[in-house]
Design a protein around this ligand. Structure first.
Ligand code: 8YV
Length: 318
């Protein structure tokens, strides 16, 4: 009997690829080129280790060879996968929760500080050789301590961000589908509606998954509910915001600044962001540490191993 085969769609950290190759006959992508739909669906493998940049819509899932039993995504987000189509086909889908919580919360905290303290503008000034020297009023930013941080989505990453933000003197408010138990709240103030959260958010951080319900959640009407001069942080998904409305608010000053790690249609983000001095823009770095990306790959392989060896995968989504 031939052993099960694995397709890994993008280049992963060495330790992950070495483990995969040592365990299963594995097709790697050493050029790290995005695979076309034809390439994604061409290989009669039993398992696919894919990434959030691979689109597994209903069409792709239907075209997968019948041999494919498990799709392990190298991400916690599953918005790039049509879960209904996977379920209908009997395709097991797994993700990588927990291991990227700290790294992503770090990037959210980094963006809060960078956006409030105008780090992008300062960096650009120095690099352009235009810094003529210290002045008492140069690049004055927003003082973080004492301000209110509103966290939309108080799951693992939201809670890890709250933990960091408390150390910077921020008061934590949050909205979540359900209120957290008191011991997990740690003094954070629950808002039963997003509108009530927005009204008190000097800094608003989006930490919820992209779903039909959260698509363009932050639109012009809801941005208007934020205090004037609020700061927007997004390390979740670009789909949660209406780009035109965010850009208009950053231009008018209703939003003082934004720190964004994720974009609708990335890497082709809305060009309006790139000319805004008060937007700090990162290329989806949330989980980008060697330790985290290695742990994500190992978790994806744990899930694949479980399915191929006939066990329940630890991180089954459908
Ligand atoms: C990943 C992410 O790095 O896990 C997620 O959902 O957004 C990122 O942290 C990215 O999706 C790579 O697959």
């Amino acid at each position: 009997m031939t052993p099960p085969r694995l397709l890994i769609t993008r280049t992963l950290p060495d330790a992950v690829e070495q483990r995969a190759v040592a365990t299963w006959p594995t097709r790697l992508n050493p050029d790290d080129r995005p695979l076309t739909v034809a390439e994604l669906t061409a290989h009669p493998v039993e398992a696919i280790l894919g990434c959030a940049v691979d689109r597994f819509d209903a069409n792709v899932i239907q075209r997968l060879p019948p041999s494919v039993r498990v799709l392990a995504t190298f991400s916690v987000g599953v918005d790039h996968i049509d879960l209904g189509a996977a379920k209908a086909r009997g395709l097991i889908v797994t993700n990588t929760p927990d291991v990227l919580t700290d790294a992503t919360a770090d990037i959210a905290m980094l963006l809060i500080l960078a956006a409030c303290r105008r780090a992008g503008e300062g960096e650009r000034l120095v690099r352009a050789n235009q810094w003529t020297g210290w002045t008492p009023t140069q690049l004055m930013g927003i003082h973080v301590a004492g301000r209110r941080l509103g966290i939309y989505g108080m799951g693992r990453i939201g809670q890890a961000l709250a933990h960091r933000a408390r150390a910077f003197g921020l008061a934590i408010h949050y909205h979540n589908r359900s209120r957290l138990p008191l011991d997990q709240e740690q003094g954070a103030i629950y808002h039963p509606t997003v509108e009530s959260l927005l009204a008190v958010s000097d800094i608003l951080s989006l930490n919820a998954p992209a779903t039909p319900a959260t698509d363009r959640l932050l639109n012009a009407e809801r941005i208007a509910l934020l205090p004037r001069g609020a700061v927007l942080i997004n390390t979740a998904r670009g789909a949660l915001v209406d780009d035109e409305a965010v850009i208009a608010a950053l231009t008018s000053g209703h939003l003082a600044a934004a720190g964004l790690d994720v974009f609708r249609g990335e890497p082709a983000l809305h060009p309006g962001y790139c000319t805004l001095e008060n937007a700090v823009l990162l290329p989806h770095l949330g989980s980008a540490t060697v330790d985290t990306r290695t742990a994500m790959g190992m978790k994806a392989l744990d899930n694949i191993d479980a399915v191929l060896l006939g066990r329940d995968p630890p991180d089954r989504v459908v």
